[in-house]
Structures are given as C-alpha cells and as structure tokens.
Design a binder for this molecule. Structure first.
Ligand code: URA
Length: 248
C-alpha cells in the first residue's frame, strides 16, 4: 500500500500527539527537526502511524491514539497492585477505570510520592529496564545517626542481601533527619534496606522525582496526565540509559 496516498498527514499526527499546533508542527518539519523512519520529513508527507517511526529532535513521538500516561501522587496506605487479596485501597482506584493501565514499577504500601501509570507497555518496559532504570529521587526521614560514614557507604553501595550490592547512589543530607537519595535501580524496598544496612531506620519515604519528572503541586491521592514533553523526556532518559529505541 502506498502510504503517500493512504496515510495521515504528518503535521496532523504531530499535532494530535501534542507537539504543538499544526502551524508549529509545519515549522518543525520545515526546520528539518522531524524524521520519518530516520529520514528528514517533508512538508505534506503522509505517514502510517502503525508502521512508521516518527521522531522530533531524534526522540520518538507517541503517535498512537489511546495511550494514556498518568502521574499519581501515591499516599501511604495504598498498594501498587491491580487487585489486593486483603482488600486494601489500590493505586488503580486513584485513576480512571478506562482505559486499563498498569504501574511503571512499584512503591511500598507505606511509601508516598510519584508513580507513573500507563497503558504503554513499551514505555513501561523501557523505564523499568532492570540494569539501567531512570533515576528515582527519594526523600527519606530516618531515625539513627546520619554520620559521614553512613552517607559514604550509601553513596558507594551497600550489601542489602547476600551477594547483592547496590549501585552507587547520589546521597545528600539536607539537614536533621532527612536524606535525599537518588538511585536508578528498583530493587524491593531498596531505600529502606540501604538505610537499614548503615544503621538508619526509614520512618517516612517519599518519591519526589522519576527521571526528568517531578511535581510539588500534585496533592496526595490525585493524578494528572503527563504532558507530551514529559513522556518524551522520560522515554529519552530511558533511551540514553539503555541505548534502545522507543518506536512510538
Ligand atoms: N525504596 C523503598 O524502600 N521503597 C519504595 O517504595 C521505593 C524505594
């Protein structure tokens, strides 16, 4: 089939994906910032969104209609699972029922803060890539003495279970009983176990950033759509880490 005759106009596809108005999208095409299957796009070009790879500034564009991306501020006391056998509130109760979405990674029952829910399996897979997930920033309230040695150990990596040493982390001590910890792995109860290993007990844990995405205004228990720029930045962060491409 000839896409030039049957496909959708590129500027319409870009506009629908939230890149900008059709005029802005035309300008981007004219400026040579848009590619289709790796080739610089032409004004008026048509594309088949099921098969063609569209990118702006080399970052693939989410062109498939029906994909949703929610940023949720999870409160403590909510489980990140579709169904909880114990009947506790689940993260899915905080977002619309349709379309069905799933969480990108997990947060403990007691952990608060940002988590992404989506029906874009490919982005989810990219973001949870086991060896190179994107950075996740946590604010941890701890009991115990925050010593320079403890901070150094957290930064360098600690053995949280036999044979499992955490990757180097960024750790700051803004003061008092607070620690800011940035990791890019997603091991089970990782931050709590890291702190435990250096003699600190986490009494409150809040995720404050996922890669380039943060939001200090989102109330606990509420959600918002990620902006198109945020989706692209998240995909971009994961691609840089994994070296893979994201063909949305
Ligand atoms: N680390 C933890 O210990 N718990 C979380 O929920 C996330 C990271």
């Amino acid at each position: 089939m000839n896409t030039e005759l049957t496909g959708e106009r590129l500027q319409k596809v870009l506009a629908r994906a939230g890149i900008g108005s059709r005029r802005v999208c035309d300008e981007m095409i004219e400026d040579g910032r848009v590619t289709v299957n790796g080739l610089v796009a032409r004004l008026g070009q048509r594309v088949d969104i099921d098969h063609d790879l569209v990118a702006v500034d080399e970052i693939p564009v989410g062109v498939l209609p029906g994909l949703v991306y929610y940023l949720v501020n999870k409160p403590s006391g909510v489980v990140v699972t579709a169904v909880d056998p114990e009947g506790r509130p689940t993260i899915l109760e905080l977002v619309p029922n349709e379309p069905r979405v799933f969480s990108v990674g997990r947060l403990d029952f007691a952990t608060e803060g940002l988590i992404v829910l989506t029906n874009d399996g490919e982005l989810a897979q990219l973001l949870t890539h086991p060896s190179h997930g994107v950075e996740k920033e946590y604010l941890a309230q701890v009991t115990g003495e925050v010593t320079p040695a403890a901070i150094r150990a957290l930064r360098e990596g600690v053995e949280i279970e036999p044979g499992v040493v955490t990757q180097p982390a960024k750790v700051a001590h803004p003061g008092g009983d607070l620690l800011k910890i940035v990791i890019h792995e997603g091991r089970y109860r990782q931050v709590r176990r890291m702190c435990e290993e250096v003699g600190l007990t986490v009494t409150r844990l809040v995720r404050t950033r996922i890669g380039p995405v943060s939001d200090t205004q989102l109330a606990p228990g509420s959600y918002r759509d990620l902006t198109h720029l945020e989706v692209r930045a998240l995909a971009g962060a994961a691609i840089v880490k994994t070296g893979r491409t994201h063909d949305r």
